[in-house]
Design a protein around this ligand. Structure first.
Ligand code: HBI
Ligand code: FE
Length: 281
């Protein structure tokens, strides 16, 4: 799948790799599964093999359970076949997008239980790090947890909160909730701390570091704290937030509108910094 550099739509960083000219008003386009090359499927299988070897020790049970139900082992997954499994489980489906899309359409898709998945895959020489999310990050990292009912409910509620946050000038605090809990969330299970965040589970280094290293701060999930917590986008996280149940994420959405306004007006907490109200896990 050749990546074509386009003039990005408003609200997106410059130089994005996706084929935005082919996307519709809702930023979706056909996945065109037949267009992936043998090299694309080989890249997917290399990443898939590397990450699945780490899952038994580091990944949340719900992630592994979801992944086992998805047609992800043979190569870049077909979004239509994946959507058939998701629809039966929690009513979610996938839509192909050229890459990162503006907040408003992104939230609108989530609110309709449609998860936007980037259709291009990284090149073999980019195996360990890519600047923007590709199909491996989006599909392998995010999709398995859409089978978990409480998380599936939370992510739809998160999408619905997008309009509320936009109206109140609180998109930044809302983005922090996505970053810390959807991309880098940890959950405590019988076997100890496990990762469920897509940013962790699509990265071999962070999969080991997030649950095993003594370096990062690990705090009890507290929505008010997460909404104020700034983060680095291109480094291992210095702070992780831990839940005991996915239902906590959905429950947090009930109080969110008021919390978004408080966080909007509060001083952000720098990445990795402690806060007096922090709850250790
Ligand atoms: N677009 N395709 C895509 N995928 C994302 O994860 C994404 C996005 N646009 C905006 C965005 N994430 C973040 O700003 C969220 O916090 C909303
Ligand atoms: Fe992501």
């Amino acid at each position: 799948m050749p990546a074509i550099v386009q003039a990005p739509p408003p609200g997106l960083p410059a130089g994005l790799r996706g084929d935005y000219a082919a996307a519709g008003a809702d930023f979706t386009l056909p996945q065109d599964h037949a267009a992936y090359t043998a090299a694309d499927h080989a890249t997917w299988r290399r990443l898939f093999a590397r990450q699945t070897a780490l899952l038994p020790r580091h990944a949340a049970a719900a992630f592994r359970k979801g992944l086992d139900r998805l047609p992800f082992a043979a190569g870049v997954p077909d979004f239509a076949a994946t959507s058939a499994v998701l629809r039966a489980a929690t009513g979610w489906s996938l839509v192909a997008v050229p890459g990162l899309i503006p907040d408003a359409p992104f939230f609108a898709h989530l609110a309709a239980r449609r998860f936007p998945v980037t259709r291009w895959i990284r090149r073999p020489e980019e195996l360990d790090y890519i600047v923007e999310p590709d199909v491996f990050h989006d599909a392998f990292g995010h999709v398995p947890l859409l089978v978990q009912p409480d998380f599936a409910d939370f992510l739809e509620a998160y999408g619905r909160m997008g309009e509320v946050a936009a109206r109140r000038g609180a998109l930044k605090p809302l983005a922090r909730l996505y970053w810390h809990m959807v991309e880098f969330g940890l959950i405590r299970e019988q076997g100890g701390l496990r990762a469920y965040g897509a940013g962790i589970l699509s990265s071999s280094a962070e999969t080991v570091y997030a649950t095993g290293s003594a370096t990062p701060r690990r705090l009890r999930f507290d929505p008010a704290r997460v909404l104020r917590s700034d983060y680095f986008i291109d480094d291992l996280q210095p702070t992780y937030f831990v839940i005991d149940r996915y239902a906590e994420l959905f429950a947090a959405m009930r109080e969110l509108p008021a919390m978004l306004e408080v966080a909007r007006d509060a001083a952000p907490i720098p990445p990795g910094a402690p806060d007096p109200a922090d709850l250790p896990i």
